[in-house]
Structure formats: C-alpha cells, structure tokens
Ligand binder design. Structure first.
Ligand code: NI
Length: 401
C-alpha cells in the first residue's frame, strides 16, 4: 500500500508536527489533572471545548462523561471511529515530572492522558483537511476503561450508531516495545477478564476437635488446588488460560475451625469458547469438591471484558500504512496475545477494527510498566499515533490519488 499525493508520508508527518505542540500541552494538562472512571468531568470538558473549537459536531454525556466529536467530510463515504480512553488510576504518582498529578492518589499510570491528547491532535489535523474527506470520522473519548467497562456503556448508549460506524481503531502505549515500534496482531490481541467471589460455608468448632466442625480452610485449599486442574488437565496445552486466586480470607483465631472461607480471583482466556467452558468447569469443580468436602459453596461469577479480537484486514491495513510512514523496522508482528484485557473489546464485538500497541520503552530499555507509580512514557510517541490516525483516514477515505 502506498501513500501518494497529496497525502504522502512527508505531508502526513508535517500535518502531525503542526498539531504536536497542542497535543503535548493537552497531555500535560490531563496528566496533571487525572480523574477516576466515570468522574472525568474536567477531562471531558477540556475534550469537548477543544473539539468545539475545531468545528466538530459534539455529543456529550454519553456513558456519563464520554464525549464524541463527529467530523463530516465534504462527500459521502464510510464512517470510521477512533477511540481514546480518559480515565486514570488510584495510584500515588512518583514520577517526579514537572506536570505530576495534582490529585492525591490519582494518576495517569496507563497512558490514557497520551491516548486522549493524541486523538485530539489527530482530530485537529484531520479537520484541517476536511475538504478532502469522503466520509465521516467519529472521535470517541470514553470514560472508565479501567475495570468499569466504560466501552461497554458507550456501546450501550449507541456510540456506534447514527451514523453507523463501519470500522474502529484504537491505540495503547506499550512499554514492552521500544519507542518507534508498533505492535500488530490479528485475532486475539488481549485476553478476556472475568472475576469471581466464592464463599465456602462450613461449620466452626474448636481447633482441638476438627471432627465437630467442617473446616473451610482445609476444604478451600483443596478446591484452590483442584481449580488449577482446569488449566493443567482440561485445557488444550497450546491454548492459554490464567486462573488466579487473588485473595483468600478465612479464620478468626489460631485454635478455631473456620466457619467460612472467601476466595476472590480472575480468569483470563483468549478464545471465547474456552472462556465459556472454563466458567462451567469452575462451577462444576467447586460444587463437586464442595459436596465431597461437606462445604456449601456460594459462587458469584462475573463475566467482565471479552477477548479483544482484531480483524485481520484492519490489522493489515494499519501495519502497511505504518510501514509506509515509519519504515519496516517500526513494524512488530506480535506472536502472542497479552493476558491483560481491554474494554476496546466491546466495540470489536460489534464492528471490525484493530487495536494496536505503540512502543514507549526508552533507549536504555527501561520503561516502567503500565500501572506503575513511575510510569511516564515519552510523549513523542504521540507523533506516531497521530500520523497513523491520519493515514488510516486517508486510506479508508481513499484520499490519496
Ligand atoms: Ni490502559
């Protein structure tokens, strides 16, 4: 795929540079004023004001704090959506940056400040070439990606309709890849994320008379071990599943048989049929082992984020465009999915598209990981993101000659 006149790679890079200063200012402003999921009032008002300034149609109040800017080209054509997330995390920042968080215990530690600023930059760049756009772009700024499924609420509130979106793209900064490289993968890119809370009820008793009670800790321990056989004995070894028990609470004293044990945890898969099967296996093992060990289980299983499934066609478009913009060395075809999850998956359940990873590891290889209190990726990654957004629009709207 070639980017040709008038939208040559050089022209796209220049267009990006013309908005980069805005993107940097916005990124620092967002970083300094992080907000948790569904509380992104300041962030979404900045986004709204900026998009209004560009002359876009605006929808606000979608999924509470979500904002959508609609850019209609001069001619009819497809509708593409670009999506950024706006929420921060409950972490006390320790980056030492001049624009560090002013809000105690809230921090942009997942790069969503960059995602939002980068997409605003792309909106500005594309509104400057609006005359040449044959189609419509929806710039989606969603709340609450972290744990609260803001993407699901955006979809439920109709973000993919009116006008109906044909394709969607989104980017995430990615500290496992060097700055300047972009990670691509068709099919499953990120895992599903489900969670559970299980209460195992036994019977309390004196620690010296176990026969008089039903020990929830011993029974719970067997069940915890038994659950791992879902992975080791019931799942295809070349498929991937994670089953993590993150908390186990039980007992009130060293010489008391505990009456109950409560387990919390998460299950991750990369195939939807595996996901459904594991949920059933999970219940079967707990109920069966619970009965065998005289424990009465109460299982709350919550389906969370689905698998993030990229469509091959759109991953290929994006990687070819990235190659013409940044050269072959910028392209990384990822072999394996990440077992982390992402609520971009809710959009991809309805329409085709691609989620991509923008490398942010510095030259020394020392980038802090996502959700770390020192995570501070180089903001120049936004140049890659903005250029790629422009190129995707150019491609889908056939703007090159
Ligand atoms: Ni994130």
């Amino acid at each position: 795929m070639q980017l040709t006149s008038p939208f040559t790679p050089d022209m796209i890079h220049n267009l990006t540079l013309s908005v980069y200063e805005d993107a940097v200012k916005l990124r620092r402003l967002f970083h300094e004023n992080p907000e948790l999921g569904f509380e992104e009032h300041h962030t979404s008002s900045v986004v709204e004001k900026y998009l209004r300034g560009l002359g876009l149609e605006i929808i606000t109040g979608i999924a509470k704090t979500g904002v959508v800017g609609i850019l209609r080209g001069q001619k009819n054509g497809p509708v593409i959506a670009f999506r950024a997330d706006m929420d921060a995390l409950p972490i006390q920042e320790e980056t030492g940056a001049a624009f560090s968080s002013k809000n105690p215990n809230v921090m942009h530690a997942c790069g969503h400040d960059i995602h939002t600023a980068m997409l605003l930059g792309a909106a500005k760049a594309l509104s400057q070439v609006k005359d040449q756009i044959a189609g419509t772009i929806k710039f989606i700024f969603q709340p609450a990606e972290e744990m609260l499924a803001g993407g699901k609420h955006m979809v439920q509130d109709g973000v993919l309709q009116n006008p109906d979106v044909n394709y969607i793209y989104g980017f995430h900064v990615w500290p496992d890849l060097p700055l300047g490289q972009i990670g691509f993968k068709s099919g499953p890119l990120m895992a599903s994320m489900d969670s559970f809370e299980v209460t195992l009820k036994g019977k309390s008793g004196h620690g010296a008379a176990p026969q008089q009670g039903i020990d929830a800790i011993v029974g719970g321990s067997h069940i915890i071990t038994g659950l791992q056989s879902i992975i080791s004995r019931e799942t295809d070894p070349v498929d991937s599943v994670v089953l993590t028990i993150g908390t186990l609470s039980a007992g009130s004293g060293f010489n008391i048989i505990p009456e109950k044990a409560v387990l919390n945890g998460t299950i991750r898969t990369i195939k939807d049929d595996t996901r459904q099967r594991v949920a059933k296996d999970f219940t079967r093992i707990i109920e069966g082992m619970g009965a065998a060990l005289r424990l009465d289980p109460d299982i709350h299983y919550q389906f969370g984020y689905p698998v993030t499934n990229n469509t091959k066609e759109h991953v290929d478009h994006a990687s070819q465009l990235a190659e013409s913009l940044f050269g072959e060395e910028a392209i990384v075809q990822l072999e394996n999915p990440s077992m982390a999850s992402e609520d971009f998956s809710f959009y991809l359940e309805h329409i085709p598209g691609a989620f991509l990873f923008l490398g942010v590891q510095d030259q020394a290889g020392g980038a802090y990981k996502l959700h770390n209190e020192k995570f501070l990726p180089d903001e120049c990654v936004m140049k890659y993101g903005i250029s790629l957004y422009i190129a995707l629009a150019v491609y889908h709207f056939k703007m090159s000659q």
